[in-house]
Design a protein around this ligand. Sequence first.
Ligand SMILES: [Zn+2]
Length: 126
Amino acid sequence: MSSKVKFQDAWLQKPEFQPWLAREEGNPKRAYCKICKAGIGAEISTIRRHKKAKMHVANEGKANEHETDESGPSTSRPNNSPSGVGFATVLLCCFIAEYNLPFTIAEPLVTLHKRMYPDSAIAQEL
Ligand SMILES: [Zn+2]
């Protein structure tokens, strides 16, 4: 790697690198990705490559999904979020598959859930 490699503050202004690019503290030869919490070589080509990396794209998606900081493996879901409904649907399908139940049971099961949990937004939207 060339010794001329150095982080340039101008990169921070580039829309393509916002809002995740930062400089690594105390190391001008390194950039830092706030989304992946990982260091990147301070070369514009390396940073561009990082932006397209699978890990970064996935992390970026996650970051957009949960506005708040990550709090452990996605266990805390708000009750009325659309992802909660999707998650419940997946759970239901897994349950049916796991016990070799006929899929025709899904509809009466959903109806049952709606009656059992009338105050649950997720159950009502299933
Ligand atoms: Zn990243």
